[in-house]
Design a protein around this ligand. Structure first.
Ligand code: HEC
Length: 150
């Protein structure tokens, strides 16, 4: 009797876990995508141009998509990360801050596009754009020449 209760319990637990597995298949561990810095930047420009097109044609879906890609942009490859860290030293903190501004406000721009709120789209757009340019004015040249060895 005790044995059959035990076996039934095991069977029930077993089938519940199988069901769970079927209903909620294990998600693949999400590997953050990485990309070398220069092609990543070129993609960001394409995404900003798509957002521009969305703004001027009032196609909020274009804004939403472009802004979403900016906020989820891939991270640098580990080689690039090493290069940037070595070049910037303690200034790395500032570099990361500009990146965070871009991520954060691109996401807010995406949400404003979902709400079809052009004023908010533009408000966040300007902050994103300023973030791109601030990072470039401070770090672009030194990182670019560290890469090319000039
Ligand atoms: C945290 C710093 C940082 C932010 C933020 C940033 N960039 Fe850059 N960007 C760089 C650096 C560094 C380079 C130079 C890379 C090199 O030449 O090695 C660069 C280069 C570029 C280039 C030139 C690529 C080429 O072909 O040489 C473009 C275009 C560009 N960025 C677009 C953008 C756009 C658009 C944004 C905002 C949506 C942005 N970047 C935000 C750091 C940044």
């Amino acid at each position: 009797m005790r044995d059959s209760i035990l076996i039934t319990t095991i069977l029930i637990v077993f089938s519940i876990s199988i069901m769970g597995w079927v209903i909620y298949p294990h998600e693949k561990a999400k590997q953050p995508e990485t990309m070398p810095l220069v092609p990543m930047m070129q993609q960001l420009l394409i995404d900003m141009q798509q957002v521009d097109r969305g703004i001027y044609t009032e196609e909020f879906s274009l804004i939403k998509q472009g802004a979403g890609r900016i906020s989820d942009h891939p991270t640098m490859t580990s080689e690039d990360k090493k290069l940037v860290k070595k070049k910037l030293g303690t200034e790395m903190k500032q570099f990361v801050e500009y990146d965070m501004v871009v991520h954060h406000h691109a996401d807010s721009m995406r949400m404003a596009a979902i709400q079809k709120d052009m004023t908010e789209v533009l408000r966040h757009y300007r902050i994103v754009q300023q973030g791109c340019v601030d990072c470039h004015s401070n770090f672009r040249e030194s990182i670019s020449s560290a890469r090319t060895g000039d």
